[in-house]
Ligand binder design. Structure first.
Ligand SMILES: Nc1nc2c(ncn2[C@@H]2O[C@H](COP(=O)(O)OP(=O)(O)OP(=O)(O)O)[C@@H](O)[C@H]2O)c(=O)[nH]1
Ligand SMILES: [Mg+2]
Length: 235
């Protein structure tokens, strides 16, 4: 793992995309899916169902995804696996702080924050108190100013069986995620499609990159970076 971290250390013009969400939501799985689809080796450690798995930040470099976007100057994507909220090994605020501090260091070197992926497990029967707390924390981390960088991704569509995940998705969009999806700047949402996972993972990242290339989003900072007086990501 240490090698991959070194390998993923951001430098000038790299586009950073942290992947966040509750423990077990499928963050590491999504990253491995993306790595496979882009011809890379899988390096994220996927957990078993009931125990939290990722305990450290794992930045992974993926080449070749930005070539369609001149504004991104052919920087590499650095996708960052993070420990899940509600992790047993570190408090949630510690995780946020670690992410913010890591971002600060990376951005000092010239890398920019391309967007943030928040993974939500659609197979969860309820939008639990924990799910709400996690979302609130994530929301707080991003702040309204950076909402347009947020991609809410639903995972585990392959587990639908006889259940109606489409109805759950609507409920998320119309109720729990409503203020984020309709707010100023607007977050977006996509599925990690179980029928074609690899292509779907690439599409999710491409959608973030397209948005980042379209505007001068790259100067934004996450709310928590302001709060920690960290300076933020500038270009
Ligand atoms: N079928 C299916 N299984 C998934 C999907 N995403 C994750 N899983 C499974 O869910 C479990 C947890 O996935 P992880 O990727 O380790 O979850 P995580 O969000 O990285 O969890 P932490 O590292 O603990 O924060 C594993 O058994 C995965 O195989 C998905 O989209 N579809
Ligand atoms: Mg993980």
């Amino acid at each position: 793992m240490a090698n991959s971290v070194r390998h993923g250390t951001p430098k000038g013009r790299d586009i950073i995309i942290p992947v966040m969400g509750a423990t077990g939501a499928g963050k590491s799985y999504l990253i491995n899916t993306l790595l496979r689809a882009t011809g890379n080796k899988e390096v994220a450690i996927v957990g078993r169902e009931l125990s939290s798995c990722t305990v450290d930040l794992l930045p992974v470099r993926i080449k070749g995804l930005t070539s369609r976007y001149d504004a991104l100057e052919n920087g590499d994507v650095i996708i960052v696996d993070t420990p899940g909220f509600d992790d047993t090994k570190a408090s949630d605020f510690e995780i946020l702080k670690r992410i913010a501090e890591w971002l600060k260091q990376s951005c000092k070197g010239g890398a920019v924050l391309g967007g943030v992926i928040y993974v939500h497990d659609i197979s969860q029967d309820r939008f639990s108190g924990t799910a709400r707390k996690n979302l609130e924390m994530f929301n707080h981390l991003c702040g309204d100013a950076a909402l347009h960088k947020v991609m809410l991704v639903t995972s585990k569509w392959g587990r639908q069986g006889g259940r109606d995940f489409g109805a759950r998705e609507r409920e998320l969009q119309e109720r729990h995620w409503r203020s984020m999806l309709e707010g100023q700047g607007k977050a977006r949402t996509m599925r990690l499609d179980s029928k074609n996972e690899g292509e779907s993972a690439v599409r999710i990242v491409d959608s973030i990159l397209r948005q980042a290339a379209r505007s001068s989003l790259l100067t934004d900072v996450l709310q928590i970076q302001n709060e920690l007086k960290n300076g933020g990501c500038k270009i």
